[in-house]
Write a protein that binds this ligand. Structure first.
Ligand SMILES: CC(C)(COP(=O)(O)OP(=O)(O)OC[C@H]1O[C@@H](n2cnc3c(N)ncnc32)[C@H](O)[C@@H]1OP(=O)(O)O)[C@@H](O)C(=O)NCCC(=O)NCCS
Length: 279
């Protein structure tokens, strides 16, 4: 199974993903994933081989543009109530999400999680999706809120994943967030609108950044005017003719950088400067 979004592909793990996975799992960022820590790229490769059989509920988050695996998301069907009978419907899911820290804060987690929720609700029979998030994990809590999940409660000192230096368990306060299928479908029109606005906001920001870089470059070019005049005078004077002739005759050291003597090098540069600055 593959899920496609604007910038991402969610697909099962496969051989060769190990080095990307090692990047974010050699040092898991949060205690709840401490047990997933991988010690070497070889271990990571072994891990992705094992995961590669999981094709419905465990996905690598892959950048469309480069094919790089930047994180993962998964959730498996479970009964809604912890003490349910074996034949109780498995219509409840609790996702885990994790991104390589180099890719945080760019909306990738929301884009992946939104598509994954949609898939679970519409194609995999999900009735309720819930998440346990430690109270200090602001990024994950915000992600839940952005996905429309409600904060259902906070369990104080609920669970421990690691021990402190003295060997005592470190207990975490855990928030429970959840969303029902009917809530997801009801807010889908709104979330579609949010997705659209978020998408155009990103395009707007990219253009704005390029324009400000362009302005800054124009300022730098303007300040280089005296250098341009010097270069132009060198190009039209006797020194350049002598340097060019010596180069042609092989009298200059081989390792000397000599772009200024290349065929039309200065000419093209001055032309381009003139076109961009109108001078
Ligand atoms: C949780 C995680 C996947 C979120 O990734 P992300 O790249 O920050 O997510 P997004 O860019 O999609 O951002 C989602 C929202 O969270 C906000 N956010 C991100 N980091 C935040 C932070 N440190 N504090 C507050 N808000 C934050 C973003 O601004 C965005 O909200 P906005 O659109 O209103 O601005 C990422 O931080 C991660 O991998 N953490 C380590 C693993 C983890 O904690 N997993 C969950 C365990 S419960």
């Amino acid at each position: 199974m593959t899920i496609e979004t604007e910038r991402l592909i969610l697909r099962p793990f496969r051989e060769g993903d190990g080095s990307d996975v090692f990047e974010y799992l050699h040092e898991p960022e949060v205690n709840c994933f401490a047990c997933m820590k991988l010690d070497s790229p070889d271990d990571a490769e072994k891990e992705v081989r094992e995961r590669s059989g999981e094709t419905e509920y465990y996905f690598a988050i892959v950048l469309k543009a480069s094919g790089k695996v930047i994180g993962e998301i998964d959730a498996y069907p479970e009964a809604g109530e912890p003490h349910a009978d074996d034949d109780a419907p498995k219509d409840t899911f609790s996702p885990c999400w994790m991104l390589n820290r180099e890719y945080h804060g760019r909306g990738y987690a929301f884009e992946a999680a939104h598509a994954f929720f949609d898939y679970l609700f519409r194609e995999k029979g999900a009735r309720r999706i819930y998440a346990y998030v430690e109270d200090h994990n602001a990024a994950s809590r915000r992600l839940c809120e952005k996905l429309g999940m409600r904060l259902e409660g906070v369990f104080r000192e609920f669970v421990s994943f690691v021990d402190d230096a003295g060997g005592d368990p470190v207990y975490e306060n855990t928030c429970q967030y959840a969303i029902l299928k009917k809530e997801w479908l009801a807010c889908d029109g709104v979330s579609e609108q949010i997705r659209r606005i978020t998408r155009f906001e990103r395009i707007f920001d990219r253009i704005k950044l390029a324009l400000s870089e362009f302005d800054a470059a124009a300022d730098r070019l303007e300040k280089l005017k005296p250098d341009v005049e010097l270069l132009s005078a060198y190009y039209s004077g006797d020194d350049w003719k002598r340097d060019f002739a010596d180069d042609e005759a092989g009298r200059l050291p081989n390792d000397l950088k000599r772009g200024v003597l290349s065929e039309d090098g200065i000419y093209d540069l001055l032309e381009e400067y003139g076109e961009l600055t109108g001078k």
